[in-house]
Design a protein around this ligand. Sequence first.
Ligand code: PMP
Length: 363
Amino acid sequence: MGRVYNFSAGPSMLPLEVLQQAQAELTDFNGTGMSITEMSHRSKAYMEVNAEAESLLRELMEIPDSYHVIFVQGGASQQFAAVPLNLLGKNNKADYIATGNFAAKAIEEAQRYGDIHIAASSKAEKYTYVPKTFNFRKDAAYVHMTDNNTIFGTKFTSVPDTGGVEIVNDMSSNILSEVMDVSKYGVIYAGAQKNIAPAGATIVIAKKSLVDNPENVMAACPTMLKWSTQVASDGNSLYNTPPCFSVYMAMLVFRYLKKIGGVPAMQKLNYEKANILYDYLDESKMFSSPVAKEDRSIMNIPFVTGNDELNAKFIKEAAQNGLVTLAGHKIVGGMRASIYNAMPVEGVKALVEFMKKFELANK
Ligand code: PMP
């Protein structure tokens, strides 16, 4: 079997040319006679990879110099704990916006460390929309939001007005998918395994003023979860052994993204892809989107037929046609097409063509 169109929510597709480059240099990286996975993270060759990955990410996202950029381990889930541990040191209060399962997990974790208030929630409507009004506390240390809700397929379309309180944004499933103004946030974090690289690295972009103030860090914060641990004058993210292969792959994906025109070009492609699928969902008599139209994600697109048997038949037959991993998350059922940066337009067109055929054949 050749390569399939893989609609996995993560880990997910990577650009083919990036995979091929990694394959070509897997046994001998840059004339070192060894693989990137075999060398010391203190070697010149790896330190250059680490520095280039950071500098390309800064360029692609236009990250101001007033922000630290670090690559850590533990996934976005580890940041659910790291966020309060790094920010609730002098003020124990934080506000959270509950827009999905991962937001709920972030809330549950933060509640172990501080006084956590839910400023808005769409839980009662099964997270099918993103709240537009919020009940923020003026004296919170930060507001936590989840930009794109991977399981439910919604996203924020504007930055909530917190009245000056710093925002911490989980961008795990939409980082680099469209142009974002980093300066609107105190902290952005994201696991690599959707839009960036294989699982392993987690990106944290945080205002220096927040990270460099030791008073913000809770006394109980473990060394490895402290963001300042990974900030160093001789190169960030090298305190201990980093997720070397994931950072290297991130560097290759960043180079690729820069080559195709950066985030603005990616954004254009992503809206084109999402519109192809949403336009069909809106006209189809069999398939529909369960999500509020104005809050639709361009990365994760859930859809249903309203009939569990038909859903199962669709998922099975789609896979036989090289369109794989289309089952919805187990807590929502139905189908979900995750169409991250590396999914080509042709993949979405092939999916819609198959859906049309399936609809005709199963009327
Ligand atoms: N936040 C969001 C929005 C996610 O989509 C995910 C993973 N699917 C996570 C957090 C958890 O990430 P990880 O598996 O890297 O801990």
